[in-house]
Design a protein around this ligand. Structure first.
Ligand code: ZN
Length: 504
């Protein structure tokens, strides 16, 4: 390794460690921080963000990177160091386009707006939230202009989504949704009209938070989330945060009347968490550590939540534990009734609780609204009404309040704009990966029935997690499945599974 590369690595490690500390104060804000600390926390977040940004975009980093690149000329393209330099170059070029003031302003405004969002959602007060939201979109537009995009054939969205899914394009995503939408709407129509409806009774009742906490911890531990290098807490909006591969935090949210929410949110976040825990040790505190993109990340969470957690074999295995935790409730229930209940398809207002069939329609709605708000073809005054009209058009229901409409997601409040489609990409990738897993592990269902999840996790460690961020998302998909991303497996999965449950 050249001296330049070694110095560059040390510098990047420092930046990444400070970034991890910034992540930790962000996690605390969402879990244990007293509300009165909001202003101080906003300043702390802004200060840490400023330090990491300046460390990264400095001339010193640029010079070291250029020298290390020169030293690496002629080296094998597949070497970790060569890949690291490539990733660093992409990140550096992207980041140096952003002025420090804009980065700091976005962090500060994001932190404050996130607090405002909590209050606004609780009070159903879109009007009070609107100016802060509008400012966040303004800042995001400035960010996109700094990044730059093809003004003739491209879209402002391209500049934003590239941050989360390298190389993704608005036009291609619009095509992906266009290919999926008619089939989903048709499947939803058939399901809604089916005579073979699902009884949701098994997942409604009285479920104490303490018991649910116990149950969700058993579930995440059983599938392979390592609690000696992670933990689970409570937050308003479930998420997974990590501050190294050895400190991965899940959050979930409990509803005492509805068992499905916390259990499946936990499995989902544990899917994200296990991806991070599976990042190779040799990549620690480097840009190659951790999940490669939001789309691939979401493929891991959706796989454990849906393809595993909502499968018949998983439910058959876990049902006795559920029954043991809530004996009165489940005395006369069966695994099959529970399986059907957790796979209920019913248009609902809240995306994070949406079933597999309607989920992508929620994402489509946000994608279209984000595009329109960024283009300026939709005004912020009209956002709630337009949101509600699209809900009616795609899902056949209209939110009664903005809290269950355009105020439901936290993401826009802190500037996560241009990333929602990665949820849908995640669904497609998860089914494609799972088809590949099944070819290698034909007795997967039998393993699940026995509560054995290590073979699946090991396959993922080897074919997805073990790459960290060394390769591009499309390279990971190709390596793991032998083909490019296609919606075929997703459509097959949906049609078969829900055809069986609803007899359509
Ligand atoms: Zn997720």
């Amino acid at each position: 390794m050249s001296d330049n590369l070694a110095t560059l690595k040390t510098r990047m490690a420092k930046m990444i460690r400070i970034g991890q500390a910034a992540g930790l104060v962000g996690w605390d804000q969402e879990t244990y921080m007293p509300p009165g600390a909001a202003n101080a926390r906003a300043e702390q977040s802004a200060a840490l963000s400023e330090v990491t940004h300046e460390l990264f975009v400095s001339d010193e980093t640029g010079n070291l990177l250029a020298k290390a690149e020169a030293d690496a000329v002629g080296m094998d393209d597949d070497l970790d160091d060569v890949r690291m330099l490539k990733k660093l170059r992409r990140d550096f070029d992207l980041q140096t386009k952003l002025p420090t003031e804009l980065v700091t302003e976005m962090a500060r405004h994001g932190s404050l707006t996130q607090e405002l969002w909590k209050k606004s959602r609780a009070n159903n007060d879109y009007v009070g939230f609107r100016p802060a939201l509008e400012k966040m979109f303004d800042l995001t537009r400035q960010k996109a202009e700094c990044y730059g995009y093809d003004k003739v054939n491209g879209h402002i969205y391209d500049a934003l989504i590239n941050e989360y899914e390298t190389g993704a394009k608005q036009k291609e995503i619009a095509v992906m949704f266009a290919n999926m939408k008619p089939g989903l709407v048709e499947l939803l129509r058939k399901i809604t009209e089916s005579k073979n409806q699902v009884d949701e009774a098994p997942i409604h009742g009285d479920f104490s938070v303490a018991k649910q906490r116990e149950l969700t911890l058993k579930a995440v531990k059983a599938i392979g989330f390592d609690l000696s290098r992670g933990r689970q807490d409570e937050a308003a909006h479930p998420f997974c945060a990590n501050f190294s591969r050895d400190d991965v935090r899940l959050t979930t949210r409990y509803d005492e009347k509805f068992l499905q929410q916390a259990l499946y949110a936990s499995l989902h976040e544990a899917g994200h968490g296990m991806y991070e825990q599976g990042s190779p040790e040799r990549f620690e505190a480097s840009v190659l550590a951790g999940g490669v993109s939001l789309g691939v990340h979401e493929s891991q969470s959706r796989m454990w939540e849906n393809l595993v957690g909502r499968s018949r074999p998983f439910v058959e295995w876990f049902f006795p534990t559920i029954k043991e935790t809530f004996p009165d409730k489940f005395a006369t229930e069966t695994p099959e009734r529970f399986y059907r209940a957790v796979n209920t398809v019913k248009p609902s207002f809240i995306r994070v609780e949406a079933d597999e069939v309607t989920y992508n329609l929620h994402v489509l709605l946000r994608f279209e609204l984000e595009c329109a708000l960024l283009e300026g073809s939709l005004s912020f005054n009209d956002l709630p009404e337009t949101w509600n009209a699209k809900m009616q058009e795609y899902l056949g229901i209209t939110p009664a309040t903005d809290a269950e409409g355009c105020l439901q997601d936290v993401h826009w409040s802190f500037g996560l704009i241009g990333y929602f489609p990665t949820y849908s990409l995640g669904n497609l990738i998860s089914t494609q990966l799972f088809a590949s897993v099944r070819r290698t592990l034909p007795d997967l269902d039998e393993q699940f029935r026995r509560g054995e999840f290590a073979p699946l996790l090991n396959w993922l460690r080897e074919n997805v997690h073990g790459y960290g961020s060394k390769y591009l998302p499309e390279e990971v998909i190709l390596k793991a499945t032998g083909e490019k991303l296609t919606s075929r497996y997703y459509v097959d999965y949906m049609t078969q599974k829900y055809g069986d449950i609803y007899g359509v």
